[in-house]
Design a protein around this ligand. Structure first.
Ligand code: SF4
Ligand code: SF4
Length: 386
Protein backbone atom coordinates (compact mmCIF):
# COMPACT_ATOMS: atom_id res chain seq x y z
CA UNK A 1 0.00 0.00 0.00
CA UNK A 2 1.46 3.42 -0.90
CA UNK A 3 1.88 5.62 2.15
CA UNK A 4 1.72 9.39 1.87
CA UNK A 5 2.75 11.59 4.75
CA UNK A 6 0.72 14.77 5.07
CA UNK A 7 1.78 17.33 7.67
CA UNK A 8 0.56 20.83 8.30
CA UNK A 9 3.33 23.43 8.03
CA UNK A 10 2.53 27.12 8.07
CA UNK A 11 5.86 28.81 7.41
CA UNK A 12 9.32 28.45 5.93
CA UNK A 13 11.41 28.82 9.07
CA UNK A 14 14.33 26.42 8.85
CA UNK A 15 13.93 24.58 12.16
CA UNK A 16 10.21 24.09 11.59
CA UNK A 17 10.85 22.76 8.08
CA UNK A 18 13.53 20.37 9.29
CA UNK A 19 11.23 19.01 11.96
CA UNK A 20 8.31 18.57 9.54
CA UNK A 21 10.43 17.02 6.79
CA UNK A 22 12.16 14.62 9.20
CA UNK A 23 8.75 13.62 10.56
CA UNK A 24 7.48 13.13 6.99
CA UNK A 25 10.33 10.73 6.21
CA UNK A 26 9.67 8.85 9.43
CA UNK A 27 5.95 8.62 8.56
CA UNK A 28 6.70 6.82 5.30
CA UNK A 29 9.19 4.48 6.93
CA UNK A 30 12.33 6.03 5.48
CA UNK A 31 15.21 5.90 7.95
CA UNK A 32 17.47 8.95 7.53
CA UNK A 33 20.43 6.74 8.50
CA UNK A 34 20.18 5.44 4.93
CA UNK A 35 21.84 8.72 3.85
CA UNK A 36 25.07 7.55 5.49
CA UNK A 37 27.93 7.61 2.95
CA UNK A 38 25.56 8.04 0.01
CA UNK A 39 25.38 10.47 -2.86
CA UNK A 40 21.95 12.05 -2.70
CA UNK A 41 20.52 13.95 -5.64
CA UNK A 42 18.28 16.72 -4.35
CA UNK A 43 16.09 18.01 -7.15
CA UNK A 44 13.99 21.10 -6.53
CA UNK A 45 11.72 22.85 -9.02
CA UNK A 46 13.87 25.63 -10.49
CA UNK A 47 11.80 26.38 -13.55
CA UNK A 48 13.25 29.85 -13.96
CA UNK A 49 14.80 32.74 -12.04
CA UNK A 50 11.82 33.80 -9.96
CA UNK A 51 10.99 35.71 -6.84
CA UNK A 52 10.21 33.38 -3.96
CA UNK A 53 6.87 35.04 -3.24
CA UNK A 54 5.57 34.06 -6.70
CA UNK A 55 5.64 30.39 -5.58
CA UNK A 56 7.08 29.23 -8.91
CA UNK A 57 10.13 27.46 -7.49
CA UNK A 58 10.61 25.18 -4.50
CA UNK A 59 11.34 27.47 -1.54
CA UNK A 60 15.08 27.78 -0.93
CA UNK A 61 14.67 27.11 2.80
CA UNK A 62 12.78 23.90 2.00
CA UNK A 63 15.75 22.85 -0.12
CA UNK A 64 18.17 23.93 2.65
CA UNK A 65 16.27 21.89 5.25
CA UNK A 66 16.54 18.74 3.12
CA UNK A 67 20.23 19.38 2.40
CA UNK A 68 20.96 19.79 6.12
CA UNK A 69 19.13 16.56 6.98
CA UNK A 70 21.20 14.70 4.37
CA UNK A 71 24.46 16.22 5.62
CA UNK A 72 23.68 15.61 9.30
CA UNK A 73 23.32 11.96 8.39
CA UNK A 74 26.65 11.82 6.63
CA UNK A 75 25.31 11.94 3.07
CA UNK A 76 26.52 14.12 0.19
CA UNK A 77 23.79 16.28 -1.33
CA UNK A 78 24.05 17.07 -5.04
CA UNK A 79 21.78 19.67 -6.64
CA UNK A 80 20.54 18.80 -10.10
CA UNK A 81 17.80 20.47 -12.08
CA UNK A 82 17.30 21.65 -15.61
CA UNK A 83 15.44 24.96 -15.90
CA UNK A 84 13.27 25.71 -18.93
CA UNK A 85 15.57 27.99 -20.93
CA UNK A 86 18.13 29.50 -18.57
CA UNK A 87 21.21 27.64 -17.39
CA UNK A 88 21.07 26.11 -13.92
CA UNK A 89 24.02 28.30 -12.97
CA UNK A 90 22.09 31.44 -13.90
CA UNK A 91 18.93 30.42 -12.03
CA UNK A 92 20.94 29.65 -8.91
CA UNK A 93 22.74 32.98 -9.18
CA UNK A 94 19.50 34.92 -9.61
CA UNK A 95 17.70 33.31 -6.68
CA UNK A 96 18.20 32.68 -2.96
CA UNK A 97 19.61 29.27 -3.94
CA UNK A 98 23.00 30.96 -4.48
CA UNK A 99 23.45 31.54 -0.75
CA UNK A 100 22.22 28.06 0.17
CA UNK A 101 24.55 26.35 -2.30
CA UNK A 102 27.48 28.38 -1.04
CA UNK A 103 26.77 28.22 2.70
CA UNK A 104 25.91 24.53 2.70
CA UNK A 105 28.69 23.57 0.27
CA UNK A 106 26.29 21.80 -2.08
CA UNK A 107 27.76 20.20 -5.17
CA UNK A 108 25.94 21.25 -8.34
CA UNK A 109 25.78 18.70 -11.15
CA UNK A 110 25.81 19.66 -14.81
CA UNK A 111 22.31 18.74 -16.03
CA UNK A 112 23.45 18.84 -19.67
CA UNK A 113 25.57 15.68 -19.38
CA UNK A 114 23.15 12.92 -20.22
CA UNK A 115 22.91 9.17 -20.27
CA UNK A 116 20.30 7.01 -21.94
CA UNK A 117 17.59 5.51 -19.78
CA UNK A 118 15.97 2.45 -21.31
CA UNK A 119 12.62 1.24 -20.05
CA UNK A 120 11.08 -1.45 -22.21
CA UNK A 121 7.85 -1.44 -20.21
CA UNK A 122 7.16 2.17 -21.24
CA UNK A 123 4.07 2.70 -23.39
CA UNK A 124 5.79 4.78 -26.04
CA UNK A 125 9.00 6.47 -24.90
CA UNK A 126 11.26 3.51 -24.16
CA UNK A 127 14.52 5.45 -24.61
CA UNK A 128 15.03 8.81 -22.92
CA UNK A 129 18.20 10.82 -22.40
CA UNK A 130 18.25 12.19 -18.87
CA UNK A 131 20.86 13.99 -16.76
CA UNK A 132 23.62 11.57 -15.82
CA UNK A 133 23.60 12.81 -12.21
CA UNK A 134 20.54 10.63 -11.53
CA UNK A 135 22.45 7.51 -12.55
CA UNK A 136 25.37 8.49 -10.33
CA UNK A 137 23.18 8.95 -7.24
CA UNK A 138 22.40 6.37 -4.56
CA UNK A 139 19.18 8.10 -3.51
CA UNK A 140 17.02 10.69 -5.30
CA UNK A 141 15.08 13.28 -3.31
CA UNK A 142 12.66 15.09 -5.54
CA UNK A 143 11.19 18.32 -4.13
CA UNK A 144 8.17 19.36 -6.20
CA UNK A 145 6.24 22.58 -5.71
CA UNK A 146 2.51 22.02 -6.00
CA UNK A 147 1.12 24.20 -8.79
CA UNK A 148 -1.61 24.36 -11.37
CA UNK A 149 -0.71 23.59 -14.98
CA UNK A 150 -2.34 24.46 -18.31
CA UNK A 151 -1.89 20.99 -19.82
CA UNK A 152 -1.63 18.46 -17.02
CA UNK A 153 -3.96 20.45 -14.70
CA UNK A 154 -1.58 20.04 -11.78
CA UNK A 155 2.18 19.81 -11.53
CA UNK A 156 3.70 17.94 -8.64
CA UNK A 157 5.75 14.81 -8.07
CA UNK A 158 5.25 13.09 -11.45
CA UNK A 159 5.69 16.22 -13.54
CA UNK A 160 8.80 17.37 -11.64
CA UNK A 161 10.80 14.48 -13.07
CA UNK A 162 10.41 16.17 -16.47
CA UNK A 163 13.32 18.31 -15.28
CA UNK A 164 15.58 15.26 -15.68
CA UNK A 165 15.50 16.00 -19.41
CA UNK A 166 17.91 18.83 -20.14
CA UNK A 167 16.91 22.37 -21.12
CA UNK A 168 15.24 22.99 -24.42
CA UNK A 169 14.98 19.22 -25.13
CA UNK A 170 12.03 19.37 -22.76
CA UNK A 171 9.98 21.65 -24.98
CA UNK A 172 10.81 19.42 -27.96
CA UNK A 173 9.05 16.59 -26.12
CA UNK A 174 5.82 18.55 -26.60
CA UNK A 175 6.26 18.06 -30.35
CA UNK A 176 6.54 14.32 -29.85
CA UNK A 177 3.52 14.23 -27.53
CA UNK A 178 1.37 17.21 -28.57
CA UNK A 179 -2.00 15.95 -27.29
CA UNK A 180 -2.67 16.56 -23.60
CA UNK A 181 -3.28 12.89 -22.81
CA UNK A 182 -0.17 11.89 -24.78
CA UNK A 183 1.92 14.37 -22.85
CA UNK A 184 0.67 12.92 -19.57
CA UNK A 185 1.48 9.43 -20.87
CA UNK A 186 4.97 10.59 -21.77
CA UNK A 187 5.43 11.97 -18.23
CA UNK A 188 4.29 8.61 -16.88
CA UNK A 189 6.74 6.79 -19.16
CA UNK A 190 9.49 8.95 -17.71
CA UNK A 191 8.21 8.45 -14.16
CA UNK A 192 8.04 4.68 -14.70
CA UNK A 193 11.52 4.63 -16.22
CA UNK A 194 13.08 6.54 -13.33
CA UNK A 195 11.18 4.60 -10.70
CA UNK A 196 11.53 1.09 -12.12
CA UNK A 197 14.02 1.26 -14.98
CA UNK A 198 17.28 2.38 -13.40
CA UNK A 199 20.08 -0.10 -12.88
CA UNK A 200 20.73 -0.48 -10.03
CA UNK A 201 17.31 0.72 -8.82
CA UNK A 202 17.37 3.85 -6.69
CA UNK A 203 14.98 4.94 -3.99
CA UNK A 204 13.14 8.08 -5.12
CA UNK A 205 11.44 10.01 -2.34
CA UNK A 206 9.09 12.81 -3.30
CA UNK A 207 8.97 15.56 -0.66
CA UNK A 208 6.48 18.18 -1.74
CA UNK A 209 6.52 21.87 -0.91
CA UNK A 210 2.79 22.58 -0.80
CA UNK A 211 3.20 25.18 1.94
CA UNK A 212 2.78 28.12 -0.40
CA UNK A 213 1.50 26.52 -3.60
CA UNK A 214 0.42 28.18 -6.82
CA UNK A 215 -3.09 28.55 -8.25
CA UNK A 216 -4.57 30.09 -11.39
CA UNK A 217 -2.51 30.20 -14.56
CA UNK A 218 0.45 28.26 -13.19
CA UNK A 219 3.12 27.05 -13.25
CA UNK A 220 4.97 30.27 -14.17
CA UNK A 221 4.72 34.02 -13.55
CA UNK A 222 1.03 34.11 -14.54
CA UNK A 223 0.07 31.91 -11.56
CA UNK A 224 -0.80 33.25 -8.10
CA UNK A 225 0.60 32.08 -4.75
CA UNK A 226 -1.85 30.20 -2.56
CA UNK A 227 -1.09 28.90 0.92
CA UNK A 228 -1.97 25.23 1.35
CA UNK A 229 0.20 24.89 4.49
CA UNK A 230 1.24 21.33 3.75
CA UNK A 231 4.34 19.17 3.44
CA UNK A 232 3.76 15.82 1.71
CA UNK A 233 6.10 12.90 1.23
CA UNK A 234 5.98 9.48 -0.30
CA UNK A 235 7.81 6.97 -2.42
CA UNK A 236 4.91 6.88 -4.84
CA UNK A 237 4.69 10.16 -6.79
CA UNK A 238 1.26 9.39 -8.19
CA UNK A 239 -0.11 8.90 -4.67
CA UNK A 240 1.58 12.11 -3.46
CA UNK A 241 0.00 14.05 -6.35
CA UNK A 242 -3.39 12.52 -5.57
CA UNK A 243 -3.30 13.70 -1.96
CA UNK A 244 -2.08 17.20 -2.95
CA UNK A 245 -4.84 17.53 -5.56
CA UNK A 246 -7.43 16.48 -2.97
CA UNK A 247 -6.30 18.94 -0.29
CA UNK A 248 -6.44 21.69 -2.94
CA UNK A 249 -10.05 20.66 -3.57
CA UNK A 250 -9.39 20.28 -7.31
CA UNK A 251 -11.17 17.91 -9.68
CA UNK A 252 -9.13 14.71 -9.54
CA UNK A 253 -10.60 13.51 -12.87
CA UNK A 254 -8.68 16.32 -14.62
CA UNK A 255 -5.33 15.52 -12.99
CA UNK A 256 -4.07 13.47 -15.93
CA UNK A 257 -0.88 12.19 -14.36
CA UNK A 258 -2.92 10.83 -11.45
CA UNK A 259 -5.86 9.26 -13.29
CA UNK A 260 -3.72 7.88 -16.11
CA UNK A 261 -1.13 6.90 -13.50
CA UNK A 262 -3.69 4.78 -11.64
CA UNK A 263 -4.39 2.90 -14.88
CA UNK A 264 -0.73 1.94 -15.14
CA UNK A 265 -0.70 0.42 -11.68
CA UNK A 266 2.72 1.83 -10.80
CA UNK A 267 2.40 0.80 -7.18
CA UNK A 268 -1.07 2.31 -6.90
CA UNK A 269 -4.17 1.75 -8.99
CA UNK A 270 -6.85 3.60 -7.05
CA UNK A 271 -7.36 6.19 -4.36
CA UNK A 272 -8.62 3.48 -1.99
CA UNK A 273 -5.12 2.02 -1.76
CA UNK A 274 -3.49 5.23 -0.54
CA UNK A 275 -2.81 5.49 3.17
CA UNK A 276 -2.45 9.05 4.45
CA UNK A 277 -0.31 9.35 7.57
CA UNK A 278 -0.21 12.43 9.82
CA UNK A 279 -2.91 14.99 9.14
CA UNK A 280 -5.95 14.05 7.10
CA UNK A 281 -7.04 15.40 3.72
CA UNK A 282 -10.10 16.86 5.48
CA UNK A 283 -7.85 18.66 8.02
CA UNK A 284 -5.98 20.56 5.32
CA UNK A 285 -8.62 20.76 2.60
CA UNK A 286 -9.29 24.18 1.06
CA UNK A 287 -12.37 25.17 -0.93
CA UNK A 288 -11.20 28.12 -2.94
CA UNK A 289 -8.12 26.89 -4.83
CA UNK A 290 -8.36 28.21 -8.40
CA UNK A 291 -7.43 25.84 -11.27
CA UNK A 292 -5.83 27.00 -14.51
CA UNK A 293 -8.40 28.13 -17.04
CA UNK A 294 -8.19 26.64 -20.44
CA UNK A 295 -9.47 24.21 -22.87
CA UNK A 296 -9.74 21.15 -20.72
CA UNK A 297 -13.21 20.18 -21.93
CA UNK A 298 -11.85 19.88 -25.45
CA UNK A 299 -8.19 19.23 -24.91
CA UNK A 300 -8.59 15.66 -23.74
CA UNK A 301 -11.06 14.81 -26.45
CA UNK A 302 -9.12 15.61 -29.55
CA UNK A 303 -7.29 12.91 -31.41
CA UNK A 304 -6.00 12.53 -34.91
CA UNK A 305 -7.52 13.38 -37.41
CA UNK A 306 -8.98 16.21 -35.32
CA UNK A 307 -5.57 17.50 -34.30
CA UNK A 308 -5.39 19.78 -37.32
CA UNK A 309 -4.67 23.53 -37.46
CA UNK A 310 -8.34 24.25 -38.20
CA UNK A 311 -9.57 22.12 -35.32
CA UNK A 312 -7.08 23.69 -32.94
CA UNK A 313 -8.00 27.19 -34.00
CA UNK A 314 -11.67 26.45 -33.43
CA UNK A 315 -11.50 24.59 -30.16
CA UNK A 316 -8.29 25.28 -28.29
CA UNK A 317 -7.20 28.41 -26.46
CA UNK A 318 -4.56 30.34 -28.34
CA UNK A 319 -1.67 32.05 -26.57
CA UNK A 320 -1.78 35.79 -27.25
CA UNK A 321 0.96 38.25 -26.19
CA UNK A 322 -0.28 41.52 -24.67
CA UNK A 323 1.53 44.51 -26.04
CA UNK A 324 1.15 46.56 -22.85
CA UNK A 325 2.98 43.97 -20.75
CA UNK A 326 5.54 42.60 -23.22
CA UNK A 327 9.12 43.72 -22.70
CA UNK A 328 10.34 42.14 -25.98
CA UNK A 329 12.67 39.73 -24.22
CA UNK A 330 11.75 36.98 -26.72
CA UNK A 331 12.16 34.14 -24.25
CA UNK A 332 8.88 32.86 -25.69
CA UNK A 333 10.54 32.47 -29.11
CA UNK A 334 13.47 30.61 -27.55
CA UNK A 335 11.28 28.00 -25.89
CA UNK A 336 8.87 27.41 -28.76
CA UNK A 337 9.94 24.09 -30.25
CA UNK A 338 7.46 24.28 -33.11
CA UNK A 339 8.83 27.56 -34.49
CA UNK A 340 5.46 29.26 -34.17
CA UNK A 341 6.83 32.53 -32.79
CA UNK A 342 8.76 35.04 -34.81
CA UNK A 343 10.00 38.55 -34.32
CA UNK A 344 7.46 40.87 -35.81
CA UNK A 345 8.53 43.57 -38.21
CA UNK A 346 5.75 45.81 -36.96
CA UNK A 347 6.15 49.04 -35.04
CA UNK A 348 5.99 47.55 -31.57
CA UNK A 349 7.84 44.36 -32.47
CA UNK A 350 5.82 42.18 -30.11
CA UNK A 351 6.10 38.47 -30.96
CA UNK A 352 4.11 37.27 -33.92
CA UNK A 353 2.35 33.90 -33.61
CA UNK A 354 1.65 31.45 -36.38
CA UNK A 355 -1.32 29.54 -34.99
CA UNK A 356 -1.13 26.91 -37.72
CA UNK A 357 2.24 25.84 -36.33
CA UNK A 358 1.33 26.33 -32.67
CA UNK A 359 0.67 23.00 -30.94
CA UNK A 360 -0.84 24.66 -27.80
CA UNK A 361 1.83 23.38 -25.44
CA UNK A 362 1.68 26.73 -23.59
CA UNK A 363 5.43 26.64 -22.85
CA UNK A 364 5.62 30.29 -23.93
CA UNK A 365 2.92 31.24 -21.45
CA UNK A 366 4.65 29.22 -18.74
CA UNK A 367 8.00 30.98 -19.05
CA UNK A 368 7.04 34.55 -20.02
CA UNK A 369 8.62 36.51 -17.15
CA UNK A 370 6.06 39.32 -17.45
CA UNK A 371 2.98 37.07 -17.55
CA UNK A 372 2.28 38.93 -20.79
CA UNK A 373 0.81 35.97 -22.68
CA UNK A 374 -2.83 35.17 -22.15
CA UNK A 375 -5.05 32.37 -23.34
CA UNK A 376 -7.77 33.47 -25.69
CA UNK A 377 -10.68 31.16 -26.49
CA UNK A 378 -10.67 29.30 -29.79
CA UNK A 379 -13.24 30.74 -32.20
CA UNK A 380 -15.89 28.10 -31.64
CA UNK A 381 -15.42 28.20 -27.88
CA UNK A 382 -15.99 31.93 -28.05
CA UNK A 383 -19.22 31.46 -30.02
CA UNK A 384 -20.34 28.85 -27.51
CA UNK A 385 -19.45 31.15 -24.64
CA UNK A 386 -16.85 28.59 -23.52
S1 SF4 B 1 5.55 37.81 -24.66
FE1 SF4 B 1 6.71 37.54 -22.77
S2 SF4 B 1 8.38 36.16 -23.25
FE2 SF4 B 1 7.55 36.94 -25.21
S3 SF4 B 1 8.78 38.73 -25.68
FE3 SF4 B 1 7.03 39.48 -24.57
S4 SF4 B 1 7.66 39.53 -22.42
FE4 SF4 B 1 9.17 38.26 -23.49
S1 SF4 C 1 3.52 29.34 -29.56
FE1 SF4 C 1 3.59 28.83 -27.39
S2 SF4 C 1 1.89 27.38 -27.15
FE2 SF4 C 1 2.33 27.51 -29.34
S3 SF4 C 1 3.77 25.85 -29.73
FE3 SF4 C 1 4.99 27.68 -29.34
S4 SF4 C 1 5.43 27.60 -27.14
FE4 SF4 C 1 3.76 26.16 -27.53
Amino acid sequence: MPDVSLIQCRDYTLENLKEKIAQSLLNIGFDVKQFNKTRVVVKPNLLMPAKEEKAIITHHEFFRAVVQIVKENNGTPVLVESPAIHSLERVIKKTAYAAVVENEGVEVADPGITRRLIFDAAKKFKHLDISAAYFDADIILSLPKFKTHGITYITGAVKLLFGAIPGIEKSKMHLRAPVHDDFAEFLLDLYGAMTYGMTPPKPIIHIMDAICAQEGEGPGPAGKPKWLNAVLAGENGIAVDYVATMIAGLDIKKALTVVNGFKRDYGVSSAKEIIVIGDTIQDLHVNDFVPATGSSIFSNMFRWPFNTPTFKNLFLDRPVPREEKCTLCYQCKKICASGAISQSAGKKDIPEYDYKKCIRCYCCLEICPEAAIEKQNGRLQWMMGG
